[in-house]
Design a protein around this ligand. Structure first.
Ligand SMILES: [Zn+2]
Length: 79
């Protein structure tokens, strides 16, 4: 199989580095429009959303998404 997956530009919300990501399998199959990734530059943990209407990806800080869930935050730190 050829790799014909489209790559989408995302901008790290921590350091501003532009990088590229493919839609995850889950996103391709319409199971979810959420994903996550790690910045190649600063290793920041990003929450990635796919905007179906704009056909583009957006990344935001993981902490912003998790702000309402202190339990999850503690689990991250325990790693
Ligand atoms: Zn970064």
């Amino acid at each position: 199989m050829k790799d014909v997956r489209k790559r989408y530009e995302i901008i790290c919300p921590y350091c501003g580095m532009v990088q590229y990501a493919c839609k995850s399998i889950a996103q391709e199959e319409g199971l979810a429009n959420l994903g996550h990734g790690v910045c190649l530059e600063c290793k920041g943990f990003m929450h990635i959303m796919f905007d179906e209407g704009a056909q583009s990806m957006r990344a935001e800080k993981w902490e912003a998404v998790q702000a309402g869930s202190q339990r999850w935050k503690n689990e991250e730190k325990a790693e």
